[in-house]
Design a protein around this ligand. Structure first.
Ligand code: RB5
Length: 142
C-alpha cells in the first residue's frame, strides 16, 4: 500500500501519479489535500509519514511546490527516509543505497512526464540489502 499526499501546489501532479498507480493496479491511500486553497505542507507529510511508521502503508509519495518542505517535515519522523528526486538516477540510487521509503517531488520543478519516469524507477528498484548500506541507514535514526 502506498500513501500519497500533497499540498495545494501538488494536486495536478498527484493526480498524474494516481493515474499511473491505477493503470499499474498499485493500491494507494490519498491523504490529500484535494482542495486548491492554500494549505500547510507539514500536515500531509505527517499523515503520509505516520501511515508508514505505523505499518498501514509500506511506501509514500509526497509533493509540494519544490518538494523541499514536505521532505523536511517527513524526515523529522523517525523511520522515514524521504528522498527528493527529480531524476531517474537519484530515484534508483536512493532505493538501492538508502532504502528510501518516501519519494518526494516538486510540482513546480518537474513535469508530469519526467515525474512518472522517476516514480517508476523508485517503485521498481529494491534496496540492495548490502551490509554497509544497512549500517549507514541505522545511523540515521535518533
Ligand atoms: C507553497 O507556496 C510552497 O511554499 C510549498 O509548496 C513548498 O514548495 C514548500 O517547501
Amino acid at each position: 500500500m502506498i500513501a500519497i499526499g500533497c499540498d495545494h501546489t501538488g494536486i495536478d501532479l498527484k493526480n498524474e501519479v494516481i493515474g499511473y498507480l491505477n493503470k499499474k493496479k498499485i493500491s494507494f491511500v490519498d491523504f490529500g489535500t484535494n482542495q486548491t486553497e492554500a494549505t500547510d505542507y507539514p500536515i500531509y507529510a505527517k499523515k503520509v509519514g505516520h501511515a508508514i511508521v505505523e505499518g498501514r502503508c509500506e511506501q509514500g509519495i509526497l509533493i509540494c511546490g519544490t518538494g523541499i518542505g514536505v521532505s523536511m517535515a517527513a524526515n523529522k519522523i523517525n523511520g522515514i527516509r524521504a528522498a527528493l528526486c527529480h531524476d531517474v538516477f537519484s530515484a534508483k540510487s536512493t532505493r538501492l543505497h538508502n532504502d528510501a521509503n518516501v519519494l518526494v517531488m516538486g510540482a513546480r520543478v518537474i513535469g508530469a512526464g519526467h515525474a512518472l519516469e522517476v516514480l517508476e524507477a523508485f517503485l521498481s528498484t529494491n534496496f540492495s540489502g548490502e551490509e554497509r548500506h544497512i549500517r549507514r541507514i541505522e545511523q540515521l535514526e535518533n
